[in-house]
Design a binder for this molecule. Structure first.
Ligand code: ADP
Ligand code: MG
Ligand code: ZN
Length: 491
């Protein structure tokens, strides 16, 4: 960073949980329903109604806490955070305040300087507000389907130092949530929301500067860009002799600038007080340990295991684990290899990263709907490993295998694609080609060595594409070298 300053960044991430029903009533949480149909007297805030806590909300919050090395509070309570807004019919949000259910955790990110731990201050449970729809010509409309949908808020320590670290941290949080199956992780659709707290300080100073909070960061790119912009803006304020005041800002993706919304609200503005309608939440040791033992292997651990077990590059592993189903497909395919060698593991990784992911992108589908099963991919890789077909033939075969439910062997037999790996047969073809192209041979010997490709191509053509290209190449090299030396001797 220029100008002798360093940034200090802490993120607050709201994750909408994928429980079937809302936090305190039995209304469905499904997205995309007609406005104001998933509502009842409880989430509409009718007087006299009583909330009932959704057990899965607690379970999901504990799972996230355990996955991020948090301590789990045995007894925690809900509070009311009071404010007025048209999409908040009760006039308060039920949240946790003094005693959040999870606290004191951390998440690992991989930076250029190695692994860095970003502290998690707290994870607390709360309910979402409804949605105000402003961008219509008529008026502002309110949709209360979202009112009462369960959220967890994950608050980081101010351990983040660069926009890119913020990006990586958010990626990690998202990946953990998705792996746990408790949030769909979609920033664009708002099921994951991020606010960034940013301050700057002269390098070497220990004391933090005053922070400003940027809201409305609805994509990973925007998170990085907004923080970048905000750091620059604060350095400019300070460089011009001003000082940063605590404020809440909005990121405007249109102008690519942050703009001040309001001076920062303080806790006392919300008149937090204990929610009288809900009993304290108790997470017994037994339940906590039951949830812990049900946690899946998380992405970072899986990535390290894939590198260790299959010897694939870390780059490959991180792409494969990005989607847990892809990683599972990779491992299931590897289990069916014959023989199970490092080369074959790498081939499966290559095919998965290029062909499978490409089709997933084109069809916008999951790996299970590509139309190629792990059995089929294993059969294809096995045919390459055994030298039965070349990689080139495999590439040609692959599109026809999609949706066919048939193995590579079936196609190879049916189409007579078995490649010639018989040395004698290939040698005969090589000798024919050399003999039948005296002009080019002469040129080759005189130094036009880029004719090598021509000679190889002639052999492949003569074999109808079925000669093993690696063998053709080796044998052709031998043949040309020997005619070269015999030629030199003659002169
Ligand atoms: P609030 O609700 O007032 O925003 P929270 O405790 O929910 O407060 O969140 C505060 C966030 O700001 C945390 O992520 C914390 O790490 C971060 N933070 C605190 N002090 C600073 C600072 N001086 N500079 C940057 N970030 C900070
Ligand atoms: Mg905040
Ligand atoms: Zn309801």
């Amino acid at each position: 960073m220029p100008s002798g300053y360093e940034a200090v960044i802490g993120l607050e991430v709201h994750a909408q949980l994928t429980t079937a029903s809302k936090a305190f009533c039995s209304c469905p949480t499904e997205f995309g329903a007609q406005p104001n149909v998933n509502v009842c007297p409880i989430c509409l805030g009718h007087p006299g109604t009583l909330p009932v806590l959704n057990k899965n909300l607690v379970a999901y919050a504990v799972m996230m806490g355990l996955a991020t090395q948090c301590s789990i509070r045995e007894t925690s309570t809900f509070s009311r955070k009071n404010y007025f807004y048209p999409d908040l019919p009760k006039g308060y949000q039920v949240t946790q305040y003094a005693d959040p259910i999870c606290y004191g955790g951390s998440v690992e990110i991989e930076t250029d300087n190695g692994i860095k731990h970003i502290g998690i201050t707290r994870i607390h449970m709360e309910e979402d507000a409804g949605k105000s729809i402003h961008d219509l010509d008529i008026d502002t409309l309110v949709d209360l389907n979202r009112a009462g949908v369960p959220l967890i808020e994950i608050v980081s320590e101010p351990d983040i130092r660069t926009p890119h670290e913020a990006y990586q941290y958010l990626q990690q949080i998202r990946q953990i949530l998705v792996y746990l199956g408790i949030c769909d992780g979609n920033l664009e659709e708002g099921s994951l929301r991020c606010d960034a707290n940013i301050s700057i300080r002269p390098i070497g100073q220990e004391k933090f500067g005053t922070r400003r909070e940027v809201k409305n960061l609805n994509s990973f790119r925007n998170v990085e860009k907004a923080i970048e912009y905000e750091i620059g803006a604060q350095i400019e304020i300070v460089s011009n002799g001003g000082s940063v005041v605590q404020q809440t800002l909005m990121w405007d993706a249109g102008t690519q600038q942050t703009k001040v919304m309001r001076s920062k609200e303080l806790a006392h503005d919300y008149r937090y007080f204990p929610e009288p309608d809900l009993v304290p939440v108790v997470v017994s040791n037994e339940w906590r340990e039951e949830l812990r033992s049900g946690l899946p292997e998380l992405a970072l651990a899986k990535k390290r295991r894939l590198v260790e077990e299959y010897g694939i590059p870390a780059y490959d592993a991180s792409i494969l684990v990005d989607d847990a189903r892809v990683a599972r497909f990779y491992e299931t395919t590897c289990a069916q290899l014959e023989p199970r060698t490092a080369e074959a593991y790498k081939l499966v990784s290559n095919w998965t990263m290029t062909e499978m992911l490409r089709i997933m992108g084109e069809k916008k589908c999951s790996i299970n709907d590509v139309g190629i099963t792990s059995e089929q991919l294993a059969s294809l890789v096995n045919s390459i490993s055994s030298g039965t077909i070349s990689s080139k033939t495999a590439k040609e075969l692959f599109p026809d295998m999609i949706g066919s439910d048939r193995s590579a062997q079936d196609f190879i037999e049916e189409r007579g694609l078995r490649q010639i790996s018989d040395e004698g047969a290939i040698k005969a073809l090589v000798e024919d080609v050399v003999r039948n192209n005296p002009d080019n041979l002469k040129k080759y010997i005189e130094g036009k060595t880029n004719l090598f490709g021509f000679f190889v191509g002639q052999v492949l053509k003569a074999s109808g594409g079925s000669a093993n290209p690696t063998m053709v190449s080796t044998l052709m090299k031998e043949a040309l070298e020997s005619s070269q030396s015999s030629n030199t001797v003659e002169e």
